[in-house]
Write a protein that binds this ligand. Structure first.
Ligand SMILES: CC(C)=CC(=O)SCCNC(=O)CCNC(=O)[C@H](O)C(C)(C)COP(=O)(O)OP(=O)(O)OC[C@H]1O[C@@H](n2cnc3c(N)ncnc32)[C@H](O)[C@@H]1OP(=O)(O)O
Length: 258
């Protein structure tokens, strides 16, 4: 089955998903979220793919949930459908690493989707924000929670209460994005980074991702204990043997992904 609102490509072991609803600045309508979920299902099932890049256009990663679509809904619609969590959370359950390559606006649900990815690389013109308050609502897909963990209470509170946008430099200073690159290098940089990850041992990459994510869910001592157990588990893999042997023998490792 094809996709209506996204483009899906494979670039040397990396799945590339480009949000493609240009006339609406990639506003996240139900159809787009459905497309995204199905693309991630396909990429998870594809053994050739070791990492995913999610991107938009130079003007907008995504300008938020589709306001026109939302404006039709009443309380019972959103409550009974558990709108907006369902579907969107597919990004957070993807086991393969996902890099958000963000240029332009990443607002409301767009900022939330970027934060659901494993890390964000920003183009110089990127702008992040949770402006829902200006249209009479609040973030509904983790914005108040994830933004606070990324940038701290003071900045998150200001952004959620006023709708103020954060530019790429402030986002980098605040820890929301891992780094900034020129817009015309954004996609190639994100793909190169994803290819680097895809070239490592698949199970070890999954374990590292699980451990970092655990730090959001638990106490420091529980997290450290969890990490130690997973670290021990790496010693049960063929790739840990290969990686360390290759280092000692001064050669490149040949991963078996086992
Ligand atoms: C409520 C929850 C849970 C989550 C949300 O995400 S709410 C939405 C949060 N996002 C916003 O409030 C941003 C809305 N958009 C804007 O403020 C502006 O579009 C802009 C500042 C991002 C860009 O302004 P610009 O003047 O350059 O472009 P526009 O003419 O305003 O937009 C072009 C085109 O796109 C449509 N558009 C933009 N954003 C959305 C959106 N979130 N939902 C639906 N449609 C959107 C906009 O209406 C216009 O299309 P038309 O010319 O056909 O109206």
């Amino acid at each position: 089955m094809g996709y209506e609102y996204i483009l899906v490509e494979k670039k040397e072991s990396v799945g590339l998903i480009t949000l493609n609803r240009p006339k609406a600045l990639n506003a996240l309508c139900a159809g787009l979220i459905d497309d995204l979920g199905r693309a991630l299902d396909d990429m998870e099932a594809d053994d050739d793919i070791g990492a995913v890049v999610l991107t938009g256009s130079e003007k907008a990663f995504a300008a938020g949930a589709d306001i026109k679509e939302m404006s039709e809904k009443d309380f019972m619609d959103v409550y009974l459908q558990d709108f907006i969590t369902k579907g969107w959370e597919r990004i957070t359950t993807c086991r393969k690493p996902i890099i958000a390559a963000v240029a332009g606006y990443a607002l409301g649900g767009g900022c939330e989707v970027a934060m659901m990815c494993d890390f964000i690389i920003a183009g110089e013109n990127a702008k992040f924000g949770q402006p829902e308050i200006t249209i009479g609502t609040i973030p509904g897909s983790g914005g108040t929670q994830r933004l606070t963990r990324f940038v701290g209470k003071s900045k998150a509170m200001e952004m959620c209460l006023t709708g103020r946008l954060m530019d790429a430099e402030e986002a980098e200073r605040s820890g929301l994005v891992s780094r900034i690159v020129p817009n015309d290098e954004l996609l190639s940089d994100a793909l190169k980074t994803a290819q680097q990850i895809a070239g490592l041992s698949r199970p070890i990459v999954l374990m590292a991702k699980e451990c970092v994510n655990r730090s959001y869910e638990t106490t420091l001592s529980e997290g450290v204990r969890y990490e130690r157990r997973v670290f021990h588990s790496t010693f049960a893999t063929e790739d840990q043997k290969e990686g360390m042997a290759a280092f000692a023998e001064k050669r490149q490792p040949k991963w078996k992904n086992r």
